[in-house]
Design a protein around this ligand. Structure first.
Ligand code: CP3
Length: 346
């Protein structure tokens, strides 16, 4: 595939690039009036996510409107538990809800594993349509949740600040926990490979709930499964974003992946020292910076870029953009990255 703009792929592979590429986690969605217009006509988020032509349309919106250097396929990490047998609901402004959740061994045994990837045909179709419509303008990012984060939703049954029921299972039944994590990992690998075969040019793993585990639990219940996924995905560059896992940066740096995402709590220079020079880093502006003035956004963005330095960095926020952010403020962030000139280092 010949790209007009392949900056993000080159930087992910550690190659030289003329400037820092930029995109935003959750760039497709409620920050865009164009997204809200499509969404209002539908029964809900799920109809949008499961209708490939519409999912492709909202995937392209931020490329056209925000001028970002990558598209990310419009979907959700929760499509994986659904494909395994636990359907989710997305009630308006309430967050995800699973009518059926995982409590015991018989629940784990009844999950689909080998057939699960076949349930996700609508995602592959959305990727194919998006690729065709992108026509090489920018690369397309595929994604999945990390096994621990998916486990957290499957056991808890809904979003939570503490995910205490999910953590309870890790402490009280580690054998059952590993069995479930193993199954999620198998499905995730097959799912990502199908996304890649359908056209995804790089993939990102979201471990959104990494930060609620202790370092010991993270080492036992999350890292080994992420590592398995990294070893299995050899076709395209892989990014691991483990939100809140400041304590695991050194181990994340040893994974068989190309890029590590940083959240805004992670000090940039300290992260580079812990992770080393072999990985590309992604991130990490506080999404709340985009609530301030245009000049402050510019200043904070330039400050972040200078800390990362002129190599192996993909600019992004430290987590998904908040839905009440003004579109022009997001544009300001993207433009500030594109305009940035690094001081010449001799
Ligand atoms: O633009 C993109 O980044 C692509 C689309 C995308 C969505 N969800 C669409 C979405 C991506 C990459 C995700 C990932 C996702 N989903 C994560 C990992 C990233 C993170 O934020 O940590 C998680 C934890 C979820 C689970 C999820 N989906 C929650 C908790 C919610 C409700 C809260 C919220 O932000 O609304 C969702 C819903 C969701 N996923 C929306 C969108 C656009 C909002 C639904 C709507 O439009 O009504």
């Amino acid at each position: 595939m010949k790209f007009k703009n392949d900056l993000i792929l080159r930087v992910a592979r550690g190659e030289k690039a003329e400037r820092t590429p930029v995109w935003l986690m959750r760039q497709a969605g409620r920050i865009l009036p164009e997204y809200r217009a499509i969404r209002e006509k539908l029964s809900g988020f799920k109809e949008l996510a499961t209708t490939p032509s519409l999912a492709a349309e909202v995937t392209l919106q931020p490329v056209d409107i925000l001028n970002v250097d990558a598209a990310i396929i419009f979907s959700d990490i929760l499509v994986v538990p659904e494909a395994m047998g636990l359907t989710y609901e997305m009630p308006e402004a309430k967050g995800p809800w699973f009518p059926k959740k995982i409590n015991n061994l018989s629940d784990v045994n009844s999950l689909r594993v080998l057939e699960a990837e076949l349930e996700l045909e609508y995602v592959y179709e959305a990727i194919k349509i998006t690729k065709k419509e992108l026509a090489g303008r920018v690369p397309l990012i595929g994604f999945a949740g990390a096994p621990w984060t998916i486990f957290a939703y499957m056991v808890e049954g809904h979003g939570s600040k503490t995910f205490s029921n999910a953590k309870k299972m890790l402490y009280s039944d580690p054998t059952l926990s590993h069995l479930l994590l193993e199954k999620i990992t198998t499905v995730t690998i097959a799912y990502l490979k199908k996304q890649i075969a359908s056209g995804a040019d790089l993939v990102q793993i979201f471990d959104s709930w990494a930060g609620i585990l202790s370092p010991e639990q993270y080492n036992e219940f999350s890292l080994p499964y992420i590592s398995k996924i990294c070893d299995a995905i050899t076709e395209v560059p892989t990014t691991i974003f483990a939100k809140g896992a400041f304590f695991a940066r050194k181990q994340l740096g040893l994974l068989n992946c190309e890029t590590i995402g940083l959240d805004w709590n992670m000090d940039i220079e300290e992260s580079r020292a812990l992770i080393g020079n072999k990985k590309t880093l992604q991130g990490n502006l506080d999404p709340c910076v985009l609530y301030t003035s245009f000049s402050e956004i510019k200043k904070h963005t330039q400050n972040m870029l200078n800390k990362f330095g002129n190599h192996q960095h993909i600019a992004n926020l430290g987590h998904g953009v908040y839905p009440d952010t003004e579109k022009d403020k997001v544009r300001c962030f993207v433009d500030a990255v594109k305009e940035h000139q690094f001081a010449l280092v001799v």
